[in-house]
Design a protein around this ligand. Structure first.
Ligand SMILES: C[S@@+](CC[C@H](N)C(=O)[O-])C[C@H]1O[C@@H](n2cnc3c(N)ncnc32)[C@H](O)[C@@H]1O
Ligand code: SF4
Length: 443
């Protein structure tokens, strides 16, 4: 019997990560499946392939934030950056020749990091000019670009617009300068306001801002002020993450060295802060679009990248340590700078580990990711996978209903606000038994 009482508890934040980004978990992927990726890419995609996306990883940052777990470099000089951009171009060229991808257009493109806006306008234009010799993306429905506010100038934002970006994503995180400082952010609040104004002047279709609930040093009053100042910007959408302390972050290392606790608010407080932000935005015309996001109601505010991935789209992830999914196979690039560059200079795809997903795993992957939207349509899973999720997962859904985390009405499975705020802790209950070691110990 599934017991969810543990998720009701108001646990302290500890080192570790609850965030479910994919399925099966990365720990199951291995180097032994590399050939399966190459074989998969040598097949044709058939007459009606799923949408295709491109992820471009720019792993440079001005400073490493204390909470960050991404693969980033803060010490690369301009010739190393040029070498990396060149490798990215060659990687994309290698993919463009693969039968599975030939003659397919990208429906979405995502520049993520690290900090894509660390690049200069000229570096960006140079990268895109070179990439476009092999693959163009004018027809993409959405091109997203992540920025750290302190790296932006108006001329750089113009270059970002020029390369086709439709959604700018600004990592504001918090408005209190002491909180930003304590957490090792490189920017301060005046830079946010300046960057936001320029971004509006340049005129992107959508501006998203990221906040984190539970940064070290945060308080009720500081959070309230951050929410009010974010509201005043009137972003098209707002993403609020609950602070995690991943194993490979500076915060986790410091906690290990001092044998101390991590200085982060408990899960109950973080959930309260996310809910406060969502409530404040929903009062003025936004609506909840996922566990982490509210969007302006009146504007055509899709999240094409997110929604496509969560419905099984193919995505080619380029750059060091990037993740891909193509022809039902998960794979990840080499995580070391030299390993990545060496593979490309040998004209090899820089794949380090992979996992061909079974039909059941593909279904579970979509199911867990779609739960993050707050609602799941059982009919979708019946049509696509011939699985009755309400009966297959009857024990999990019963427990979720008893705990007031979900309501079920026919094919419509709806997470309650309480369920949505804890969704990442609930998702491992849908995993196959061998991957359930990730079940939460209370948050
Ligand atoms: C790659 S960063 C965005 C671009 C840029 N590097 C920046 O930080 O401004 C993606 C987002 O992940 C979130 N993030 C990073 N580390 C996190 C953590 N430990 N817990 C919760 N959210 C985190 C932050 O909101 C950040 O904006
Ligand atoms: S949170 Fe963003 S800016 Fe900070 S180290 Fe991570 S990727 Fe870089």
């Amino acid at each position: 019997m599934v017991q969810l009482d543990v998720i009701q508890k108001n646990a302290n934040t500890e080192v570790g990560s609850y965030f479910v980004a994919n399925y099966p978990p990365f720990s199951a992927w291995g180097p032994g499946h590399k050939q399966a990726v190459l074989d998969g890419l040598d097949q044709s995609a058939g007459p009606d392939p799923s949408p295709l996306g491109l992820y471009i990883h720019i792993p440079f940052c001005r400073k490493r934030c204390h909470f960050c777990y991404f693969r980033v470099y803060t010490d690369r000089n301009s010739s190393e950056i040029e070498q990396y951009l060149d490798a990215l171009t060659r990687e994309i060229e290698l993919y463009s020749r693969k039968p599975y991808l030939q003659n397919r257009d990208f429906q979405f493109v995502y520049f993520g990091g690290g900090t894509p806006s660390y690049l200069s306008g000229d570096q960006l234009r140079g990268l895109v000019d070179r990439v476009n010799k092999h693959w163009r993306w004018e027809q993409a429905r959405e091109v997203t670009f992540e920025c750290e506010p302190g790296t932006l100038k108006k001329s750089k934002l113009e270059a970002i617009k020029e390369i086709g970006v439709t959604r700018l994503s600004l990592g504001i995180e918090h408005f209190d300068d002491d909180v930003l400082e304590i957490n090792g952010r490189a920017h301060r609040s005046p830079e946010v306001l300046r960057a936001y104004e320029w971004a509006r002047e340049v005129g992107f279709d959508q501006i998203n801002v990221d906040l984190i609930a539970g940064m070290a040093g945060d308080t009720d009053a500081k959070w309230e002020d951050t929410v009010a100042r974010t509201l005043a910007l009137k972003p098209d959408n707002l993403t609020v993450y609950q602070m995690e302390v991943p194993q490979n972050s500076t915060l986790a290392r410091e906690a290990r060295e001092s044998d101390g606790e991590v200085p982060i608010a408990d899960w109950g407080t973080k959930r309260k802060w996310v809910q406060q932000a969502f409530d404040a935005f929903c009062k003025v015309g936004y609506e909840v679009s996922s566990a982490y996001t509210v969007v302006k109601r009146d504007n055509n505010n899709g999240f094409y990248y997110r929604d496509s991935l969560w419905r099984g789209a193919d995505m080619i992830g380029t750059g060091v340590a990037s993740f891909s999914y193509a022809n039902g196979i998960h794979f990840q690039n080499e995580g070391g700078w030299a390993d990545y560059l060496d593979a490309i200079s040998n004209e090899q795809l820089p794949i380090a580990r992979a996992l061909p997903a079974t039909d059941q795993q593909r279904m579970i992957r979509e199911l867990v990711l779609q739960h993050k939207l707050g609602k799941v349509d059982a009919g979708y899973f019946r049509d696509k996978f011939q699985v009755e999720i309400a009966t297959t997962y009857a024990d999990v859904y019963d427990a979720m209903q008893k705990s007031n985390f979900a309501r079920i009405d026919g094919d419509h499975i709806q997470l309650t606000p309480q369920g949505l705020l804890r969704v990442d802790a609930l998702l491992p209950y849908f995993f196959e038994p061998e991957y359930r070691s990730q079940l939460p110990d209370g948050n």
